[in-house]
Design a protein around this ligand. Structure first.
Ligand code: NAD
Length: 496
């Protein structure tokens, strides 16, 4: 899959791969990267330092004046070529996602295509980012234009190696910014391929730079005075810390965090459709999606729905083909997921489908199978905390009010869904869920462009709303307001 020289990854700065900076006393450090399918080491990622970030910011700063002076049409034209290159390399990119992240091939292909959708939105920006203009008094006209911010940084998680970086890169650069991306150290290969495609498309050197590593380069990016804005996607406690650090420096920041998404099944829901949708939602990408269904609250005890969910979960097989369930990212993740299952069992929950069997059956790799837990104790940690694996917690509640009370009390607020055949019931829940992205009969209710993506509560921190779509345009630009007068006015008031 990778050429020998690529197995020790290098940063991408000013349009070329460069080794991480070694200090006078020690060589650069690397972390092994493993494939979740078999735990084999597939390469090494450098632990970049402040010096590496300084080099990348210098390159991005140098590229900014020329890039920002180009028209948005000119920048979008380059993204049209990038879009074609993504299509040309779709299969190869999906294979890298499978190898380093553990998705099945169909999920990997879909994730690259979803990333490509945000490129499509970005290349349409010449049609949607015009400012407004109004004669505000006789002879006096105001207009506004969107200006780029300068150098921006984007820090991304492991679970979507292409799609999440594509939430920021295309819009940020189409709006005239230059940027530094910090991929997840667990999946560093896909974006290493993508930066080469950006160059092939015509993105000038220094416009997109890539610095590998973990916390040190992230903090260095936030602290660097020439980095004007930071986006982050990852766990909530780090998102909150990133947001606070950026706030202290009065820096623009959007930090998306973790999730605990509640699904509510009303007694009138379509049982066949609901069971299929819930199983797809909680097992898709092995449950490693911030939009995955994790808690199903049934209004009343819905045995037929539970039986179907159990049967559909038991029918799933481990593997990398479409319809199969892949591994989770690493051993720490296996340990965390199985701990939640065991703790629920110990507190009296029934494990209706037990994914721990996959952990025992597989000699190699990081496996936990689909798991369905029927809880009786509302305090079970599995019901309340983010697990990030293929685990569904089911709890029967007595009423719509009790379902909403549980959903509203959870500290996260990414997504929530109501399964019903009644428009009135759907409306009731959608208006009362404490979540930024709501679904009606859709367990993975991802808003698509031009809508933006973003949760509420502890699923999103920062002083700007959402990512992708019009929220992305808002985040990656600032407005210049201009007021003009060309003709002297008779009887002019102080306003004119
Ligand atoms: P993570 O928080 O461990 O890592 C995210 C990024 O932060 C990585 O690039 C990592 O290298 C970096 N990082 C690690 N430690 C850091 C530190 N101390 N300071 C600064 N940066 C640090 O998250 P993950 O495990 O890669 O991803 C899974 C999490 O991401 C889940 O919680 C999931 O819900 C969340 N997620 C949220 C969204 C969303 O839109 N809300 C989307 C995708 C994933």
């Amino acid at each position: 899959m990778f050429a020998q020289e690529q197995t020790h990854l290098r940063n991408w700065i000013n349009g070329e791969f460069v080794d991480p900076v070694s200090s006078d006393v020690a060589p650069a450090k690397y972390l092994p990267v493993t494939s979740p399918y078999n735990a084999k080491v597939i390469g090494h990622v450098p632990l970049s330092t402040v010096e590496d970030v300084n080099r990348a910011v210098a390159a991005a700063s140098a590229a900014f004046p020329a890039w920002s002076k180009r028209t948005v049409k000119d920048r979008a034209a380059i993204l049209i070529r990038f879009h074609s290159l993504l299509t040309k390399h779709l299969d190869q990119l999906a294979d890298i996602v499978v190898l380093e992240n553990g998705k099945n091939k169909a999920e990997a292909l879909a994730s690259v295509l979803k990333g490509q959708e945000t490129v499509e939105y970005a290349l349409s920006l010449p049609q949607v980012v015009q400012g407004k203009m109004l004669e505000v008094s006789r002879g006096v006209t105001c207009y506004d234009t969107r200006c780029p911010l300068g150098v921006v940084a984007s820090v991304v998680p492991f679970n979507f190696p292409v799609m999440v970086p594509m939430w920021t890169v295309p819009i940020a650069i189409a709006m005239g910014n230059t940027m530094i991306l910090k991929p997840s150290e667990k999946v560093p290969f896909t974006m290493t391929k993508i930066v080469e495609l950006l160059k092939e498309a015509g993105v000038p050197d220094g416009v997109v730079n890539l610095v590998h590593g973990t916390a040190e380069p992230v903090n260095a990016l936030i602290d660097h005075p020439d980095v004007k804005a930071v986006t982050f996607v990852g766990t909530s406690h780090i998102a909150e810390a990133v947001s606070q650090r950026a706030h202290r420096l009065n820096k623009r920041v959007l930090a998306l965090g973790g999730a605990k998404n509640h699904m509510v099944s009303a007694p009138d829901c379509n049982i066949e459709m609901t069971s299929t949708d819930v199983v797809n939602s909680y097992t898709g990408c092995s449950g490693q999606r911030c939009m995955a269904a994790t808690v199903l609250l049934t209004i009343g005890h819905q045995q037929e729905l539970i039986d179907k969910i159990v049967a559909k979960s038991q029918a799933l097989r481990a593997g990398s083909q479409a319809g199969q369930v892949g591994p989770v990212i690493d051993q720490a993740s296996v340990n965390k997921i199985t701990r939640y299952i065991s703790e629920s069992e110990a507190s009296g929950a029934k494990i209706l489908v037990d994914g721990r069997s996959w952990t025992k059956e597989h000699q190699e790799g990081f496996w936990v199978g689909p798991t369905v837990i029927l809880h009786t104790n509302k305090q079970d940690a599995a019901l309340n905390e983010e697990i990030f694996g293929p685990v569904l917690s089911i709890l029967a509640v007595e009423s719509a009010d009790e379902a909403l009370e549980i959903e509203n009390a959870n500290p996260y607020g990414n997504a929530a869904c109501i399964y019903t055949n009644s428009g009135a019931t759907a409306d009731h829940f959608v208006k009362r869920f404490s979540a930024g992205m709501c679904g009606v009969n859709i367990g993975v209710a991802v808003p698509r462009e031009p809508f933006s993506f973003g949760g509420w509560n502890k699923s999103r921190f920062g002083n700007h709303c959402d990512i992708t779509g019009d929220g992305g345009v808002e985040f990656f630009s600032t407005r210049r307001k201009v007021t003009t007068k060309w003709v002297p006015q008779e009887n002019a008031s102080w306003m004119s």
